[in-house]
Design a protein around this ligand. Structure first.
Ligand SMILES: O=C(O)[C@H](O)[C@@H](O)[C@H](O)[C@H](O)COP(=O)(O)O
Length: 225
């Protein structure tokens, strides 16, 4: 794991956006196309604002979420809303987007159907992971009954998940295998509570701290505020 600390979130977002753009350009130069997976939540909005303006051949980039809340895409809880408003704009509006939501299906049937769409795009070239203070990443939640299935190397590309002990909605998540096989892994976190959680995760197993599985190959980007 490499930890890069920044003084401010703004400095961190600029640096990470430039790194991602360069990694996607390199993937396009090598293979003609690139796949980018990004988190939802409250942290990455400013990263998306910058990345959407990056000069690269977005028509050859497939964008997907690392995980999605199982709510209609016009819900304020939908990560797709965030992606459409802040990433798939400017130059990045030319990118192809695979939404991790299927109207008319529940999160279990939806995960099965979406796996067929996601699998041909693997491996991911660049994944950005968020992390909660409980050490979840994507929607791999500690304590969830579905966690070990999503962490099985034979899991479908997209798996259902219901966070435990909260009133959060059901979700779908990329499987641990789909996330772990990414060619470049960035973890993006802000604040002292997440730095403490990161340190704790390094000595725990992925069952207790799902982020732990991805740290050996990750660059972690952290700023205090
Ligand atoms: O849909 C989501 O909530 C996520 O993709 C999730 O994994 C997120 O990255 C972490 O929960 C951190 O969330 P914050 O950035 O809001 O702290």
């Amino acid at each position: 794991m490499q930890l890069t600390s920044y003084e401010t979130a703004s400095e961190m977002m600029q640096s990470l956006s430039a790194q991602i753009a360069s990694e996607l350009s390199a993937a396009i130069a090598l293979r003609g196309r690139a796949c980018l997976a990004v988190p939802g939540g409250s942290t990455p909005g400013p990263l998306f604002d910058l990345l959407s303006q990056a000069a690269l051949n977005w028509a050859n980039v497939t964008v997907m979420l690392t995980d999605e809340r199982w709510v209609p895409t016009d819900s304020p809880r939908s990560n797709t809303g965030l992606i459409k408003n802040r990433l798939l704009v400017n130059s990045a509006s030319a990118a192809r987007y695979i939404a991790l939501y299927a109207p008319g299906l529940d999160h279990v049937g939806g995960a099965r159907a979406l796996s067929q769409q996601v699998a041909p795009n693997l491996p991911i070239d660049v994944v950005v992971l968020g992390m909660g203070a409980d050490m979840h990443t994507a929607s791999l939640f500690p304590g969830a009954p579905e966690l070990s299935l999503a962490q099985d190397a034979r899991a479908d590309a997209v798996m259902p998940m219901v966070p435990v002990g909260s009133d959060l909605e059901p979700r779908v998540t990329l499987s641990a295998q789909a996330l772990e096989t990414a060619r470049q892994t960035h973890v993006l976190i802000i604040g002292d509570d997440k730095k403490t959680a990161l340190a704790q995760a390094q000595s725990l197993s992925p069952i207790d701290a799902p982020i732990a599985q991805f740290l050996p190959n990750a660059t972690v980007h952290w700023s205090p505020v």
